[in-house]
Design a protein around this ligand. Structure first.
Ligand SMILES: Nc1nc2c(c(=O)[nH]1)N[C@H]1C(S)=C(S)[C@@H](COP(=O)(O)OP(=O)(O)OC[C@H]3O[C@@H](n4cnc5c(=O)[nH]c(N)nc54)[C@H](O)[C@@H]3O)O[C@H]1N2
Ligand SMILES: Nc1nc2c(c(=O)[nH]1)N[C@H]1C(S)=C(S)[C@@H](COP(=O)(O)OP(=O)(O)OC[C@H]3O[C@@H](n4cnc5c(=O)[nH]c(N)nc54)[C@H](O)[C@@H]3O)O[C@H]1N2
Ligand code: SF4
Ligand SMILES: [Mo]
Length: 751
């Protein structure tokens, strides 16, 4: 008789971490279904669950440590033991530290994939290097920085409230593809009468459901923001009481807003003036909930700053911050978790303050330099009972080009050893070819992943990661989550896969790095949970199996200090940003490639290019190895308006070239009436596990990779060092080769 176990845990095939049930028959994982009792996801599960067993047992999974035998990228590997890998890596790290200092070690991570993020931060803080970053750099660092400077916390991600929120402003986001739990909530709100406004150059799934849709020219969200502020002030429909009592800098905002009447903004954004006015009315007639707008983090070069800034002003002056139905300020993680201490941020801050070094990109992006650490954290602590901002790392991550230049040219000082854990920088960052050069240059390159990805293929050591199915878990979300479920390890790790904490604790031990480094991941959770007086295992086996921080509205009114800014006010002209040398009331600037900013370039590259909108079933670069998912969406698509396609001789489903001054890539044309005329959208993140691993192919990484033809120059990046993925320029034309990967096409790579 076979025996089936039903093991409850949190799915981590994406960051939503829905509650799921693993069905295990005689020790074999057969399937995974949604957990109807989970308090966060309430029985929701997406199509990726059908691939859980394939993911766990896939022949393509990395199962043993590998050491490079030939040249980098030659696809020649030798299987070694963990012991050998860790000993050799640790020896090299110590030698590099002795010769070049601890800052010569760097790391790139990903997007909330599990313990890798925080355990590597912990290592770097104790080791003494600020040169680590996660995808949060390009995902939320800009809006977080602006929001913290304005009202002392990041509040743009908070959810609408059923029965309370009157309007939802979905600015540059498409939750049906990117966040299904949010989308379920938005629909539930709409069922009860909530109105929905969407700002997007594409008729996305959510735009199709909207009461009002603004089809914006990519990259111009900052101008639209100023247009809304203009209407709010001209019509006197902002929250005067809140502004008078709680805001500073309003006069400066009002003065600048005069330059952005709806008619002028309509010309810039290509959104009709009436719709701009209507949008302002939706914002004012609240409670209105504003989504976290990824897009502003992707517009680069000041265009993004203006977008993030104006949206924070709109949320503030309409009185929607820290108010029911508007945007909650979530506040710190539960008091039961010593998140701040466990990571060891203070150790890193003190190390930097006593050193003449800063992170490698500090000179270019002073907002993310060591002089800003206390500037941000001290006022936040005053507002939150001594707790600084949980995701302090967000403020100080280096910019990707900074890391690349330090590896490639040793400027401003060398990075000699580099780790890639939960990241795939050849695909996920602009300037991908510069990354390629840099990764070939460092003395030591170590990767840890589930699969042999293009970035792993370049490493000296590739280490096999255990997944959420094979490790104990506590949901932490970079310390941003106030809801923290705990789960026991569901199944033993297969082969020689190890959890990501193992790498850092072993390296810490072998390099004599300071700090307490418990043997196991569970032990490390216990250390974090000391203030609770309970162990991870005890919480995981209790009902409920989670911690939850208290959260209420109007925190600024009752905490005795106000907002977490230097003045305690909601600073509409943030003194913290002025201290960093930025204009605290930034004008709208065109994206760095645009018809107004670079008219000559626009003659040759007449189409506006935006990229990387989320597409199920994938999670960025992940899951192309899994047939169950791959068949659902086989090739990257370039979305183009029918009129543009006709004039360019492009046929639906055929291959096209997308070209910028940095080169060209191919994707399949998808003609879509909902795409803005004169604009195209290219998919990002594609590689093809079925293609050869060795250089120059690297699984076809250069063939369709839009980030290999977008720039990463410092000047194109925004104040927080975030990259220009959206609102750029390109030309598109038919291509006579197909995207059939059984007929491999040699990639066009220079250098
Ligand atoms: N399936 C899936 N879900 C994911 C992810 C994934 O990889 N796959 N990734 C996760 C991560 S890390 C993130 S950051 C979130 C992001 O998820 P979202 O915030 O939803 O962002 P995107 O889907 O990238 O883009 C949203 C919309 O922005 C539009 N857009 C493009 N350019 C502009 C512009 O200039 N202005 C405006 N206003 N809109 C523009 C696009 O057309 C697109 O519809 O998704 C998360 N969810
Ligand atoms: N053109 C364009 N580019 C973009 C964007 C865009 O909109 N347009 N969006 C940007 C944004 S917002 C983001 S967040 C980034 C996303 O970029 P990333 O987060 O870097 O991308 P992922 O594909 O999610 O993850 C990279 C690798 O992590 C591995 N991984 C997953 N879980 C684990 C784990 O637990 N342990 C280990 N060791 N490895 C693991 C996966 O197998 C995968 O190979 O992309 C950015 N790039
Ligand atoms: S949305 Fe899908 S992949 Fe993401 S956690 Fe939920 S079930 Fe897993
Ligand atoms: Mo992201």
């Amino acid at each position: 008789m076979s025996e089936t176990q039903y093991i409850k845990t949190g799915c981590h095939l994406c960051w939503q971490q829905c509650g799921v049930i693993l069905h295990v028959e005689d020790g074999v994982l057969k399937k995974c279904t949604p957990d109807p009792d989970h308090v966060g996801s309430g029985g929701y599960g997406c199509e990726r669950l059908s691939a859980v067993s394939e993911f766990h047992y896939s022949e393509m999974r990395l199962n043993y440590p590998l050491k490079r035998k030939g040249e980098r990228g030659e696809a020649k590997w030798e299987r070694i033991t963990w012991e050998q890998a860790l000993t050799e890596i640790a020896e090299k790290l110590v030698a590099i530290r002795d010769e070049f200092g601890p800052e010569a070690v760097g790391k790139v991570g990903g997007t909330i994939h599990g313990p890798a993020d925080w355990s590597s931060w912990r290592f770097f803080c104790h080791w003494g290097s600020p040169n680590f970053m996660n995808s949060g750099k390009n995902c939320g660092q800009l809006n977080t920085t602006v929001e913290c400077a304005m009202y002392g916390w990041d509040g743009s991600g908070s959810a609408p409230e059923l029965g309370v929120t009157k309007n939802i402003i979905m600015w540059g986001a498409n939750p049906p593809e990117s966040n299904q739990l949010k989308w379920n909530l938005v629909r539930a709100c709409m069922d009860q009468g909530t109105k929905l406004v969407v700002i997007d150059p594409r008729l996305s799934e959510i735009a199709a459901a909207a009461d009002l849709w603004l089809q914006i020219r990519p990259g111009t969200d900052g101008a639209l923001g100023w247009g809304v502020i203009n209407v709010l002030i001209e019509e006197g429909i902002y929250d005067k009481e809140f502004v008078e009592e709680w805001c500073s800098g309003f006069d400066q905002v009002a003065e600048k807003a005069k330059n952005y009447p709806p008619e002028r903004v309509a010309e810039i954004t290509e959104v009709p003036a009436e719709k701009i006015i209507e949008l302002a009315h939706y914002c004012a007639d609240g409670p209105t909930n504003f989504n976290w707008n990824l897009t502003c983090n992707h517009e680069g070069n000041g265009a993004g700053y203006a977008a993030a800034y104006t949206q924070a002003v709109i949320r503030s002056i309409t009185g929607n911050m820290d108010r029911p139905g508007g945007n909650a300020i979530p506040g710190p993680i539960s008091d039961d978790i010593d998140w701040y201490g466990a990571i060891g941020w203070e150790l890193l801050f003190e190390h930097l303050e006593n050193s003449d070094r800063d992170c490698v990109s500090a000179e270019h992006f002073p907002v993310c330099s060591k002089k800003m650490i206390r500037q941000f954290n001290e006022p936040i602590k005053k507002a939150w009972g001594g707790k600084g901002y949980g995701a302090a790392g967000y403020f100080f991550y280096p910019n990707t080009r900074g890391l690349v230049d330090a590896m490639r040219y040793g400027t401003p000082y060398p990075i000699k050893a580099f780790f890639i854990q939960c990241g795939n920088p050849l695909l996920t960052y602009t300037g991908a070819k510069n990354w390629h050069e840099a990764l070939k240059k460092v003395d030591l390159l170590v990767g840890m992943d589930f699969f042999m990805t293009p970035s792993m293929a370049l490493c000296d050591y590739v280490l096999p990661a255990a997944s959420w199915i094979e490790r104990p878990h506590m949901q932490l979300y970079w310390g941003l989550s106030t809801f923290n479920p705990c789960y026991k390890q569901p199944l033993p790790a297969l082969h020689e896969r190890k959890d990501d904490y193992y790498l850092w604790s072993e390296l810490a031990r072998r390099t004599g790095t300071q700090g307490e480094w418990p043997e196991t991941l569970e032990g490390m959770y216990d250390l974090m949970l000391r203030p609770s007086g309970r162990t991870h295992g005890e919480i995981a086996e209790s009902t409920p199996n989670y911690l939850l921080a208290d959260q209420d509205y109007y925190h600024h009114k009752v905490n005795g200090y106000g907002f977490g800014t230097p003045s305690g006010k909601c600073e509409l002209a943030p003194t913290t940003l002025a201290f960093a040398g930025e204009d605290p009331v930034p004008d709208y600037i065109e994206p760095s490639w645009s018809k107004y900013r670079t008219p000559d370039l626009a003659k040759e590259y007449p189409l506006v290019l935006t990229s990387g909108a989320r597409k199920r079933p994938y999670w960025h670069t992940s899951y192309r190895e899994l047939k169950t998912l791959r068949w659902q969406h086989q090739y990257p698509l370039l979305t183009i308006n029918p009129e543009d396609a006709r004039s360019l001789g492009i046929v639906d489903g055929e291959m096209v070239y997308i070209e910028t001054p940095l080169g060209r890539v191919r994707q399949k044309a998808r003609i879509d009436n909902g795409m803005k005329l004169g604009t195209v959208h290219a998919e990002a993140y594609w590689y093809f596990p079925e293609m050869p691993e060795e250089e120059p192919y690297l699984f076809g990484v250069w063939d369709t990779n839009i980030n290999s033809i977008l720039p990463d120059d410092y000047e194109c990046s925004d104040i927080a060092g975030n990259l220009p993925f959206r609102g750029m320029l390109c030309k598109v034309y038919p291509c006579d080769t197909d995207l059939a990967y059984d007929q491999v096409v040699a990639p066009e790579v220079e250098g």
